[in-house]
Structures are given as structure tokens and as C-alpha cells.
Design a binder for this molecule. Structure first.
Ligand code: DAH
Length: 354
């Protein structure tokens, strides 16, 4: 029995893998293993012999079984150690450099405008881009055969054959948001409406989709003087320098009187600088909201009055950030986006203390 014990414990100690261990188990304590066969011999022994040999064999069997189990665990631990050494991964290594995206100049300027007007008490309003022609035209005092409809290069939505209702349009300006806001909120009201607008036009300064920001302030005694102050505050904050405005008499169906507004600038070597010099640059249309427009939106023109304006976001982005070609705004050229785009962490550059 001592020989058997020594033989198997040595062999188990020397085993290099689980398959060898399994072979040893079968040889020693398997059904036909050496120790099992010895146990069978117990039956032929005298009771005295059996009393000695029985417990000794059982003890030997237990010892070998636990040696097998211990070795199995040791082999598994060694295999794991080996894997850990081979499959080592340094999770503290810095990640591979990835270029962050940039904020598009239109988004940046949109945010800047919103922040400046918010400081002056204007809330942000929104309307649909596919617009009812009543909102886009009629309610703004542009009836069916008004020449302004033709001038706007409107995109009309497709209508099913035989459908004679007025077609929906891609809104040609943000002015319909004036109507929707007044309908929803009544007066007094102070909102801006930044958004996308559409016209069938394409050259260096026109794209079929572009961005406008509409302004609307209605109360009992709002005048053109308030309009001028708001716009000068806005442009001075936006360009970070004191900016004068010039109002030129103009005509829009939805305002009376109407004015086109220029900002002061200089031209030096082909580049434009805002807030200095003797030249003027047209930047927006504006005026006192026409009584018919107030009525169309359910606001009583005998009680309420106010101003409105509409301005191109892309255009003032080009002016502030020296971007020469409007079309590049919408080309999705990564080189352009990296050059003119803004870091997401960059705070809008606006003059404080409006
Ligand atoms: N809706 C006009 C356009 O797109 C711009 C405009 C002019 C808006 C005068 C106004 C306004 O609110 O009062 O050309």
C-alpha cells in the first residue's frame, strides 16, 4: 500500500496537464483502477485482516482523490497566471487621438443671437418649415396675386392630381412665425424666431436653404425708436464693438412704415470691418407691424402695436467671422468645417452688459 501511495502521489505531483491527471484517476480509483481492485480483494480476507486493510485502503483512496483535486486546482491557477501574463492590457494608456467635431458657424451664431436677445427679454419661438401658404403669405398681407409672391422663388409642395386646395410651401422666410406666436400667445409679446428658410436661388450669396432670425415685439406703445435701440444693442453686442445703424425707407407688405437697416462699416483691401468707417452694409428688413397682420393673428390693432425685423443668420456669420462664400456653409467639407467651426467648449463671443 505504501508503494501504491508513493507511486500515485509522485505521478500526480509530476502531472503537467488535466489529461494526465484524468488518466491517473482512472488507473488508481477508476472502476478497474488499482485501488478499486484491491478493495475488491477485501471480500476474500478474514475479518481481522479486513478490519486493518479496509480503513487503510479507504484512507489511501481519499488521499489520492484529494491529491488529484488539489493538483487540478493548481494546474488551473497556473494556466490562469500564464494567460494573465500573455493577455496583459494596460488600461491606463491614453486613448488614441480622435478629432472632435466642431460647432458649425451657423449654429454658433444662432446661439450668440439667441443669447443676446434673451438678455433683452426675447423668448425663442418656432414654426414649421413646411408651411401653410396662408401663414407664409396671406396672413402677412401678401394676397394671392401680390408680386411679392413671385419675387420669393417659392418651393411649392406636390399636390395630388385634382387637389385644388392651396399648396403648402417651404417657408420662404421666418415671418410666418410672427403669426403663429401671436395666435398662440396674444399680446404683449416679445419673441425671436431663428430657423431655416427656403428659396429657389443659387449663387455666391444665395443657397436654396438658408437661415433667418425673426424678431417681434408687440405692446401698447412700442415704436420705431425701440426698434432702433434694440438693433443697435444687438449689433454692438454681437460684433463686440459699438455699431451704428442707418434706417432707409423701404417697403414690405407686412410692415408700415418699413425700413431696411444698414450697419456702419469700412472696406479696406477688399475686407469689410463692421463698426468703423463711412460705408454702410444692408443687414435686415424691419418696420412697424402692419395692422392687417395684427388682425390676421387675432391681435387688436386699435390696442396693440410694435415692430418686427428679419435678418439673415448666415450673412451676419459671414460678416463676423470673415467667411467669403455662402455656398461653402452647406458643402460639408471637413477642411472647411475644421477651419471655420468652433470648439463645443467655446463660449459664444458676445459683449456682456447689454
Ligand atoms: N421676411 C422678410 C424677408 O424674408 C424680412 C423681413 C422684413 C422681416 C421686414 C420682417 C420685417 O419681420 O419687418 O425678406
Amino acid at each position: 500500500m505504501d508503494d501504491l501511495k508513493a507511486k500515485y502521489l509522485d505521478a500526480i505531483g509530476a502531472a503537467a496537464d488535466e489529461a494526465t491527471l484524468e488518466d491517473l484517476r482512472v488507473q488508481a480509483v477508476g472502476k478497474k483502477g488499482e485501488i478499486s481492485l484491491k478493495m475488491r480483494e477485501l471480500g476474500g480476507m478474514s475479518p481481522e485482516e479486513r478490519q486493518v486493510a479496509g480503513p487503510a485502503l479507504n484512507a489511501l483512496k481519499d488521499e489520492i482523490t484529494s491529491a488529484l483535486a488539489a493538483k487540478k486546482v493548481a494546474l488551473a491557477d497556473a494556466a490562469l497566471d500564464e494567460r494573465l501574463k500573455l493577455e496583459w492590457l494596460d488600461v491606463t494608456l491614453p486613448a488614441r487621438d480622435r478629432r472632435a467635431g466642431t460647432v458649425h458657424p451657423v449654429s454658433q451664431v444662432w446661439e450668440e443671437c439667441t443669447a443676446i436677445f434673451a438678455d433683452m427679454g426675447f423668448a425663442v419661438a418656432e414654426g414649421p418649415q413646411v408651411e401653410d401658404d396662408w401663414y407664409n403669405f396671406d396672413a402677412l398681407n401678401i394676397p394671392s396675386h401680390h408680386p411679392a409672391r413671385a419675387e420669393m422663388d417659392t418651393f411649392y409642395m406636390h399636390r395630388a392630381e385634382g387637389d385644388n386646395r392651396p399648396p403648402h410651401v417651404l417657408r420662404t422666410h421666418t415671418s410666418p412665425v410672427q403669426i403663429r406666436s401671436m395666435q398662440a400667445q396674444g399680446a404683449p409679446i416679445r419673441v425671436i424666431a431663428p430657423g431655416r428658410v427656403y428659396r429657389a436661388d443659387y449663387d455666391q450669396t444665395h443657397t436654396p436653404m438658408f437661415h433667418q432670425i425673426e424678431g417681434l415685439a408687440i405692446d401698447r406703445d412700442i415704436s420705431m425708436a425701440n426698434l432702433k435701440w434694440v438693433l443697435e444693442e444687438f449689433f454692438s453686442a454681437y460684433f463686440g464693438t459699438s455699431v451704428k445703424t442707418r434706417f432707409r425707407a423701404s417697403h414690405f407688405p407686412f410692415t408700415e412704415p418699413s425700413a431696411e437697416v444698414d450697419i456702419q462699416c469700412s472696406w479696406e483691401g477688399g475686407t469689410v470691418k463692421v463698426g468703423e468707417g463711412d460705408d454702410w452694409l444692408e443687414v435686415l428688413g424691419s418696420g412697424m407691424v402692419h395692422p392687417k397682420v395684427l388682425s390676421a393673428a387675432g391681435v387688436d390693432p386699435a390696442v396693440w402695436q410694435g415692430f418686427a425685423f428679419g435678418m439673415g443668420i448666415d450673412r451676419i456669420a459671414m460678416l463676423k467671422y470673415g467667411i467669403p462664400d455662402l455656398r461653402a456653409f452647406f458643402d460639408s467639407d471637413l477642411r472647411w468645417l475644421r477651419h471655420y467651426g468652433f470648439s463645443a467648449l467655446q463660449v459664444p463671443t458676445i459683449r456682456g452688459g447689454v
